[in-house]
Ligand binder design. Structure first.
Ligand SMILES: [Zn+2]
Length: 292
């Protein structure tokens, strides 16, 4: 099993450090951290898709103007999972499964670039996305991004306990090393995706938190990301409780679980470097380059 850490979306909201804590210019840098997993017998597995080629070609037909402008989404083909899969030497048909943390516009935009893939998501998320009730739901869930998907697998709450998290389960047709970990709060059907690797567990926590320092023993978050999380949350107490549990796990040396979220550029760069064998000298270093 080999894991690639991909950035499938760039967002540059006005406010600089107010959002990401490190940018020196007027705009911040947020990424869409997705995984491409080369499995031994189940083809390629994509964990989240970021923005897709159709988002690039028709942004206003697929994404809410509110988020296009507030998040200042930079839509370019080179950031799509489709282009990155091809540049790694694979065919889009090699992507046989897509596992989603949730169905927000910045995670599901690339689904239709892989028409042969089976898409796995919690049933609660699919139901909320279908109903699209209220101002935020109508803008976060965009049926245009997934209405051509034919092969879904929906999962109800059932399964084992995993490091204190309940209802953790494996997925149909996928290797047992890949688990879905329900983490409701940001949305009610939100999940993390855990992967058992030879180096230890890797947990993609999706949008369960947004800023790396939220996982510190003394947590902190930038004002921009704090406000954004509150605007997008479905259930604050569940969201904060899951953050507490993730934080405890992240700081438990015996757990051996490497946790990351979807939108932090420093976490992405650290894991990209680790996966290519380069180890940073410090765990809190800042990105060395602009994401362009
Ligand atoms: Zn997101």
């Amino acid at each position: 099993m080999r894991i690639h850490h991909l950035n499938c979306g760039c967002m540059c909201p006005v406010g600089g450090r107010f959002w990401d804590g490190v940018s020196r210019g007027i705009t911040g840098q947020l990424v869409c951290h997705c995984l491409l997993v080369e499995t031994d017998r189940n083809g390629l597995v994509l964990v989240d898709t970021g923005f897709g080629s159709r988002d690039v070609e028709d942004p206003y037909g697929r994404i809410s103007p509110l988020f296009l402008h507030v998040n200042r989404i930079r839509l370019e083909h080179r950031y799509t999972a489709l282009e990155q899969v091809k540049s790694l030497g694979f065919s889009p048909r090699d992507v046989r499964h897509i596992v989603l943390t949730h169905l927000d516009f910045d995670h599901a935009g690339g689904l239709e670039d892989f028409p042969g893939a089976t898409v796995h998501v919690l049933r609660a998320e699919a139901e909320e996305a279908e109903v699209r009730q209220g101002f935020i739901h109508q803008r976060r869930y965009r049926p245009e991004q997934w209405d051509e998907v034919r092969d879904w697998r929906f999962y109800d709450p059932s399964g084992e306990s995993w490091f204190g998290f309940s209802f953790v389960r494996d997925l149909e047709g996928l290797p047992p090393e890949i688990l879905m970990v329900p983490l409701p709060g940001h949305t009610m059907g939100h999940a993390g995706i855990a992967i058992d690797t030879p180096e230890g567990w890797l947990l993609n926590a999706g949008d369960a938190y947004f800023h790396r320092h939220e996982m510190d023993e003394e947590p902190s978050c930038t004002p921009g990301l704090l406000a954004y999380q509150r605007m997008m949350e479905e259930n604050r107490s569940m969201r904060l409780r899951n953050q507490d549990r993730l934080r405890a796990l992240a700081n438990d040396p015996s757990g051996n679980v490497r946790i990351f979220c979807s939108h932090d550029p420093v976490e992405l760069e650290a894991l990209q470097r680790l996966s290519t064998g380069w180890r940073p000298l410090r765990s809190d270093y800042v990105p060395s380059r602009h994401y362009s």
